[in-house]
Design a protein around this ligand. Structure first.
Ligand SMILES: *[C@@H]1O[C@H](CO)[C@@H](O)[C@H](O)[C@H]1NC(C)=O
Ligand SMILES: *[C@@H]1O[C@H](CO)[C@@H](O)[C@H](O)[C@H]1NC(C)=O
Ligand SMILES: *[C@@H]1O[C@H](CO)[C@@H](O)[C@H](O)[C@H]1NC(C)=O
Ligand SMILES: *[C@@H]1O[C@H](CO)[C@@H](O)[C@H](O)[C@H]1NC(C)=O
Ligand SMILES: *[C@@H]1O[C@H](CO)[C@@H](O)[C@H](O)[C@H]1NC(C)=O
Length: 434
């Protein structure tokens, strides 16, 4: 059973202020400029100009690692078998596996450069040879032929932030071992895209909607923002609502973008904000906004009468060690962690508690309404994979010129191939066996 936790936002916020918050803030602005320059140098011309920095920038609140003995929902129900006698796919272990990944740094050109760890010079490969083993059952590997067969005339969409984009690359690479997907749409900045597997008439979209709600974002390509985000807590983002009824399968997710400075609106009126010291507005805390928006998304889904399958993917933790992303934090591990070795930090914990509480409420109403809403709880299994991030290898050959050069690590997104390839196995299992 999940313990209810009432989060005392204000006291947390105050303690941050005491703890050199402004020094940290200053460091960030300096580093962001440096980062922007780096990125411009590293951008290769044949690649969609999409930066992943906006997500990294979210770590602008320093959150101390928290040990796992805290009151925190680790798995959604720790039982291996749920009360309907079904295997809980998300309670399990990473076990060694001989299987080669479905694709390599060369065979799949859907891998975006910052996630192509091997090509970028990561030389260890042990992190590739693990598979997720639920305790109550076996999880078969996705069978791309069978999956595509099941998906004739169907459409999928992964909806969310850059972790969704990370996932779609893995999904496309895996399925493209049977037939290469062809891009049929992209927006100006290659953030929302759509592909088709022609002989299956199967479409896969990634829809950029980091808040899931309507938001005006004042950021340039490198994630440097010129003003607070204007987030409308009561209006869902048209980027996905307009496509919603035509999609057969959807995977929703959100999370870290909510930590950013934002002004919150409801009915077009300002309600307050999160981190807006220059404005005379009430600090509401990002947890307030996150809960409101998630609830709004679930209400929409519940009321929709949608006949497809809707996954709610939990947000994934980062694994910065010995610092945050802006203070030399890194992720140098080469193997999965042992259970309990990593706990969620304060920020990820706040997000997770809201996600699970709101899902729990929504899933009851969804099943009453005949809407097929499923929890895709990748958080606990991701927590065990500190070895799966690009770290310095988000950049091409970062140490080629100088072995000791200091680079900003990415311990948030995932190498491809890598641990999130198992997300596809989980999706197939949920599609096939409900
Ligand atoms: C990339 O993949 C190929 C196999 O396709 C492999 O031989 C090579 O070592 C990998 N790494 C790099 C850096 O290219
Ligand atoms: C896919 O759609 C086409 C055209 O509408 C139809 O002929 C075909 O039977 C459909 N296939 C499946 C598996 O639904
Ligand atoms: C492709 O699938 C869509 C449904 O998603 C269907 O309306 C369309 O007729 C199909 N096209 C072909 C060529 O089968
Ligand atoms: C919707 O998509 C467009 C194009 O990708 C993007 O610029 C915009 O920020 C998205 N809307 C929201 C609210 O995120
Ligand atoms: C801030 O807002 C409050 C209430 O809206 C108002 O009473 C106060 O005068 C404002 N302070 C400043 C410095 O504008």
């Amino acid at each position: 059973m999940m313990k209810k936790m009432v989060y005392n936002w204000k006291s947390w916020w105050r303690s941050l202020h005491k703890n050199n918050y402004f020094v940290i803030k200053l460091c960030i602005s300096i580093l962001l400029v440096g980062l922007a320059i780096r990125l411009l140098h590293n951008r290769s011309s044949d690649f969609p100009p999409v930066s992943d920095i906006p997500l990294l920038q979210n770590a602008q609140i320093s959150t101390p690692p928290v040990l796992s003995d805290q009151i925190i929902p680790q798995g959604y129900g720790l039982e291996s078998i749920d009360n309907e006698g079904k295997c809980n796919l998300f309670t399990g272990d990473w076990i060694p596996s001989q299987d080669e990944p479905f694709y390599t740094n060369r065979s799949c050109n859907f891998i975006e450069e910052p996630q192509n760890c091997m090509k970028n010079g990561r030389s260890d490969t042990d992190y590739l040879y693990w598979r997720w083993k639920p305790r109550g059952c076996d999880l078969p590997r996705l069978d791309p032929n069978r999956f595509l067969d099941l998906m004739r005339n169907k459409s999928w969409a992964l909806i969310g932030d850059s972790i969704s984009r990370n996932h779609v690359q893995s999904f496309l690479c895996t399925l493209s071992t049977v037939e290469k997907a062809i891009e049929v749409y992209h927006d100006e900045n290659y953030k929302s895209r759509r592909w088709i597997f022609p002989s299956y008439n199967f479409t896969v979209s990634v829809i950029w909607s980091p808040f899931l709600a309507e938001a005006a974002i004042f950021e340039d390509m490198n994630g440097v923002s010129s003003s607070e985000i204007e987030l409308h807590l009561d209006v869902l983002d048209k980027n996905w609502t307009e496509l919603y009824k035509d999609l057969d399968y959807m995977v929703f997710s959100s999370g870290k973008w909510f930590v950013k400075s934002a002004i919150y609106y409801e009915n077009n009126n300002i309600l307050g904000c999160h981190y807006c010291p220059k404005r005379n507005l009430t600090e509401l805390g990002f947890n307030f906004a996150y809960r409101k928006v998630i609830r709004k998304v679930f209400d929409y889904i519940i009321a929709s009468n949608h006949k497809g399958m809707i996954f709610y993917r939990t947000s994934t933790p980062d694994h910065f060690e010995d610092g945050e992303w802006f203070s030399g934090g890194s992720c140098k591990r080469k193997l999965p962690a042992k259970e309990g070795e990593f706990g969620l930090n304060e920020l990820n914990k706040i997000l997770r508690v809201i996600e699970l509480e709101e899902f729990e409420k929504a899933s009851v109403k969804a099943s009453e309404n005949g809407v097929n809403l499923k929890l895709f709880d990748v958080n606990p299994l991701s927590l065990l994979r500190p070895d799966g991030h690009p770290g310095p290898y988000r950049f091409f050959q970062p140490f080629a010129k100088d072995k000791n050069v200091k680079v900003i690590n990415d311990c948030l997104h995932w190498c491809l191939p890598g641990p999130i390839d198992s997300w596809n196995d989980l999706m197939m299992e949920m599609v096939v066996n409900g």
